[in-house]
Design a protein around this ligand. Structure first.
Ligand code: SF4
Length: 362
């Protein structure tokens, strides 16, 4: 008997009902979905896996997202900010190991000193690496001027996850106050794109109250926003947060993991030439989670370069894997034997062809 999902996969364009069909396809059809997604990646952007050395710069955050372990009101967190020397050392390690790019991530901080210092850090890293090390930022909602300053200093990619594209769901997982407005998140994503960054967003999968219909809307949101990069991961409870209690309606971890793999495969099939991260959160559920994400279409991995002593302080969710230091012997932390047919992209930025095509249209 012909596969039910086969005819959906063979379509050139996919509408909402196709996305729902892929999200809900039978277990028998899942391997076909994953294989097709990996084949789309190989055809449109190749089989190279790109690396971004992750630097968790600071866990200070002015916001209070209901799911996040480093939210402002969690007073159990020991707060830290790396020194500039520590950031530069991590960046130089990335350069020495030929990771090609770094990603600097932190809680939201809108102070003048933070913004000025970040600009200075970006310029210094670019100078010390002769402009060879790519810089991605994930520093939340900022003003247009701040996005512009950091872009001019040399950052070229920015990730701001929408977390839930449905406004109603977004409101359920964020406080109802002026600091956590859905419209502001969208406005910031637009400003990031207009500034000229390669623009990334993503969602959490398995949130309380989330339905298949929400996930289909998430895919449509990312497609219509024409994003260049996607970072998605399963929702994992953190016990020191309002959403940390494992509610009766919450999906089992395995279901969230499998749904995340499906979402990665679907995004790859629909947005063929973007960069898609195999997130660390996948590995929190399954030790080979990142390898499984790559096998269904992801093409970016983020080895952690944060100095080890700070890592316990950057737990957005519980059970975050404690990786060992990255070194010459273990550049990616990946078990490459589990993902046959792929290679590591060393010493390159790993930019998405989608970005060049998008900019050519402007
Ligand atoms: S998700 Fe980001 S903005 Fe929200 S509390 Fe956590 S670090 Fe802050």
């Amino acid at each position: 008997m012909a596969s039910v999902i086969g005819s959906v996969l063979d379509k050139r364009e996919h509408d909402r009902s196709d996305i729902l069909a892929m999200l809900q396809c039978s277990e028998e059809d899942v391997p076909l979905l994953y294989r097709r997604a990996a084949a789309v990646r190989d055809r449109y952007i190749g089989n190279t896996i790109f690396l971004r050395g992750l630097i968790e710069y600071s866990n200070m955050c002015g916001k209070n997202c209901l799911y996040c372990g480093i939210r402002r009101q969690n007073d159990k967190v020991v707060r830290y900010t790396l020194t500039n020397d520590e950031v530069i050392e991590a960046a130089l390690t990335a350069h020495r190991l030929k990771l090609g790019s770094i990603a600097i991530q932190a809680g939201e901080n809108w102070s003048k000193s933070f913004i000025d210092n970040m600009e200075e850090l970006i310029r210094t890293i670019r100078k010390l690496t002769d402009g060879q090390l790519g810089i991605t930022l994930s520093l939340g909602e900022q003003s247009r001027e701040t996005y512009q300053r950091w872009f001019e200093a040399g950052a070229h990619r920015y990730l701001l996850r929408i977390e839930a594209a449905s406004e109603a769901l977004y409101r359920k997982v964020h406080p109802d106050d002026a600091m956590h407005r859905y419209e502001r998140r969208i406005e910031c994503l637009r400003m990031i794109q207009e500034t000229g960054y390669q623009t990334g967003t993503g969602v959490m999968i398995g949130l309380p109250f989330q339905t298949m219909s929400h996930l289909a809307d998430d895919v449509i949101f990312m497609r219509d926003f024409d994003i260049d990069m996607c970072g998605m991961g399963p929702f994992i409870e953190h016990s020191d947060t309002p959403l940390g209690v494992n509610g009766a309606d919450n999906l089992f971890m395995k279901e969230r993991f499998n749904l995340t793999l499906r979402m990665i495969a679907i995004i790859r099939i629909i947005m063929k030439d973007i960069n898609i991260v195999a997130s660390t959160a996948m590995q929190a559920i399954d030790p080979t989670g990142r390898e499984k994400a790559i096998a269904c279409g992801a093409n970016v991995v983020m080895p952690n370069l944060t100095p080890t002593k700070y890592r316990p302080g950057y737990k957005l969710y519980e059970g975050k894997p404690a990786f060992s230091e990255i070194n010459e012997q273990n550049i990616s932390g990946l078990k490459l034997s589990l993902i046959p047919g792929t290679t590591l992209g060393l010493g390159v930025w790993g930019d998405t062809p989608h970005y060049s095509r998008r900019m050519a249209r402007i």
